[in-house]
Design a protein around this ligand. Structure first.
Ligand code: NDP
Length: 277
């Protein structure tokens, strides 16, 4: 019987993960199945029960998406450092009766920016907008990329400060409010990790943060030119990208973790890309 994997979320109809993992399995010659599971939101313990049923039926691993990333964290036996900082889990491996938990969102994001988009962050000025789950998952991989300056701006600035203080990485990392960005000059890379684009909104970021020779990255994907990316383009930024590469790269990290073989990502990213127009 093929090894079984799944992605669990609610709703789950939109997920691209089964397609991505089936393409990875074909390319690497791995014998596996990968299915979407619509997890129960209520009662609270029903999520853990669903995961345990999947394990009992022989499941080897699972991706986790909204709204279950925190519950997956809570039920895990072992957690990586980045999953611990995030307080959230997006991939689980089931081994010897234990649930081992990871968070590959941030490492997938950094890999997309540095490898696919050829924008190394070392010594650069990097601005991240937002301080939610995606930023909590991304902060350690961003720090590991050794930017010269890393600024986290959030509407609720206390959330950004708490996150930055939790890491205590050094002077190059700081939290701020949006109005402070007016006087902070241009950044080499501006990353929109807020959920504003999901409702067609724009975070209150001044266009003065963009550099025409720099880049702008939107975590949301499949939405064309979001208000954030449009603002960046209007400020003269040539290098704009959305989060489809992040989606595929985090999947590749999970696949390599489960199967000990790294799939190629380029063709899959191209297949899923919706042009930015
Ligand atoms: P969360 O709900 O955890 O956090 C949302 C963040 O967005 C908060 O910092 C919130 O600020 C901020 N925010 C929401 N609306 C606005 C607004 N109108 N203006 C300014 N800030 C706003 O979301 P996630 O961190 O999980 O997800 C963030 C984005 O990343 C989403 O678009 C999601 O789809 C995307 N994503 C993409 C992935 C990929 O693979 N490409 C993977 C994971 C996420 P405040 O705290 O002040 O309320």
């Amino acid at each position: 019987m093929s090894d079984q994997y799944a992605v669990i979320g609610n709703p789950i109809g939109h997920t691209k993960s089964p397609l991505i993992h089936v393409l990875f399995a074909q390319e690497t010659g791995q014998d596996l199945t990968y299915v979407p599971i619509e997890g129960p939101v209520e009662p609270e313990h029903a999520f853990a029960e669903t995961v345990r049923q999947f394990i009992a039926a022989g499941g080897k691993g699972m991706n986790v998406t909204a709204p279950f990333k925190l519950q997956a964290f809570a039920m895990s036996d072992e957690r990586s450092e980045r999953a611990t900082l995030a307080g959230a889990v997006n991939a689980m491996k089931f081994e010897d009766g234990r649930i081992i938990a990871e968070n590959f969102d941030g490492v997938g994001l950094v890999r997309d920016i540095e490898e696919n988009l050829h924008q190394p962050m070392a010594d650069k000025r990097v601005l991240i907008l937002g301080a939610g789950g995606a930023v909590r998952g991304a902060l350690l991989p961003f720090i590991a990329a050794r930017p010269g300056e890393l600024v986290v701006a959030n509407r609720d600035v206390e959330k950004a400060k708490a996150l930055v203080n939790q890491v205590m990485a050094g002077d190059f990392l700081r939290a701020c409010e949006y109005p402070e960005l007016e006087s902070m000059g241009q950044f080499d890379l501006v990353v929109n990790a807020t959920s504003a684009s999901l409702t067609g909104q724009l975070p209150p970021v001044p266009s003065s943060v963009f550099s025409p020779t720099g880049s702008a990255y939107e975590l949301a994907y499949g939405k064309g030119l979001t208000p954030f990316l449009r603002l960046a383009r209007n400020a003269g930024v040539q290098g704009v990208a959305d989060g489809v590469g992040m989606l595929v790269e985090q999947a590749a990290e999970a696949f390599a973790w489960w199967r000990r073989i790294r799939p190629q990502t380029r063709a899959v990213i191209d297949r899923l890309t919706v042009p930015l127009a």
